[in-house]
Design a protein around this ligand. Sequence first.
Ligand code: HEC
Length: 191
Amino acid sequence: MKIRVSWLVLGVSLAVVAACSSQKEEAPVQEQLTLHEVMKDEVDVHADDLWDISNPALSDNAHLDAALMDDERWAQVEQKATALQQAALKLASLDPIVVVKPGVKIADEGVPYGDTGAEVQANVDKDPQKLRDFANALAVHAGDIASAAQRRDTERAGLLIGQLDAVCEDCHLEYWYPSQKVLLEEYGISR
Ligand code: HEC
């Protein structure tokens, strides 16, 4: 009889331990970043840095002028392009893709043809995989800039940096302000 009681007690305490440890596992690991946060704090920042560094050395015909590129500037281009590549990969890995936290406003909402966060979320939910494909395309493009910088390839680096904006726009037109795409098509402007 005495033995049975202690088994019962042991059983209960084991159950408590089990409950506690399973509770720990269920605790939220880390709050997931929103698309807006990755875009604003990482993708845009690194791209702006990259443009700031390369623009002074960019000639009219979108070539980098070798005479204006020294080792330090090349190293910075490589570093910023690599950071941009990482940010793009982070964007591609978001799952699920949450555009904004409740109450957060995105740029240009409220201006004509500017979508709200909720509208962007609806655009994303229609085809999240395609957004990841665009993000991966940006990662590849940024990675190519980094390797061109490593090779000190002025032609290729200049060309790719000149094309970077269009890689951003491809995704923006699908997901951020698709109504502008319709507008561009109406005016017969093809990209
Ligand atoms: C894979 C898709 C995708 C790519 C690629 C992309 N963006 Fe975005 N971007 C978005 C979406 C969706 C929004 C709208 C949500 C928002 O504003 O946060 C956005 C919004 C922005 C905003 C406004 C942020 C704000 O304050 O609301 C900036 C600035 C921006 N992008 C810069 C860039 C630049 C620069 C690049 C290229 C180097 C780029 N984006 C590439 C999807 C993308």
